[in-house]
Ligand binder design. Structure first.
Ligand code: SF4
Ligand code: SF4
Length: 232
């Protein structure tokens, strides 16, 4: 079995829900630590917990968010170790927002960018990764590497169509309703500061120590399709 197949099998056996590979050409070299490719690792969120956050975050959602973030961080470390043992360079990064610039709410290489390039999905009007497989009910991390991996077909345009479910569900008015394309900066279609402020207020009201919301996750019809499949 080649390195990519072994890596995918190892990650799936350890609890990943989805593993893909991305060509990072065209991204500034510093942001990708001079590495040409990325490994995208997804873990699906518990559908029963996601179903309950239509009116805002719950303590159960926060626990699930933390659990999946820890799992993703461990998986990224294991993937990087695996690749280094195979003689490649590799660098994993945590699933959480460590490294996020508090002035811009931006990070040099968002996991979402690696995910769209791996062909997992597109960026929704709510600025979340949206996939046909799990909607947005998943969290992701990524590893950059020089390993020769079979990269996916990048997704460069929104598949949201005329849908506005997340726009209407958002209490902060953060999504403008404009659809993403790969050439757009996030600020052209989404107000991350309004999202963060509202998420912080909603979390505080529930005694949750981190700014999370998730109403747009469960509002999305792609998430709803996934939840129906998963709960049937
Ligand atoms: S997480 Fe909440 S506040 Fe942020 S965009 Fe989604 S619905 Fe709006
Ligand atoms: S709710 Fe609709 S508009 Fe928003 S991300 Fe999902 S498909 Fe796109």
């Amino acid at each position: 079995m080649d390195v990519s197949s072994q890596l995918r099998q190892m990650l799936l056996e350890r609890g990943a829900s989805w593993v893909g590979f991305a060509d990072l050409a065209g991204i500034p070299a510093e942001a990708r630590r001079e590495m040409p490719r990325g490994v995208c690792i997804a873990v699906a969120l518990n559908p029963g917990v996601i179903r309950e956050i239509a009116d805002g975050p719950t303590p159960e959602y926060y626990d699930e968010y933390c659990r999946v973030n820890s799992q993703l961080t461990a998986l990224a470390d294991e993937a990087a170790d695996f690749l280094r043992t195979a003689g490649c360079k590799a660098w994993g990064s945590p699933a959480t927002v460590a490294g996020l610039d508090s002035d811009t709410l931006w990070t040099p290489l968002p996991h979402k960018t690696v995910a769209t390039r791996a062909g997992f999905g597109w960026i929704g009007k709510c600025a979340l990764l949206v996939t046909e497989r799990f909607g947005s009910a998943m969290r992701i991390t990524s590893v950059v590497t020089d390993a020769d991996l079979p990269v996916g077909q990048p997704i460069t345009e929104s598949r949201c169509g005329e849908c506005r479910a997340c726009v209407e569900a958002c209490p902060a008015g953060a999504p403008s309703g404009k659809a993403w394309t790969v050439a757009m900066k996030r600020g052209e279609f989404f107000d991350a500061f309004a999202c963060c402020k509202s998420a912080g207020e909603q979390s505080a009201a529930q005694g949750i120590p981190q700014a999370i919301c998730g109403r747009c996750i469960v509002a999305c019809p792609w998430t709803q399709k996934h939840l129906s499949r998963a709960m049937s």
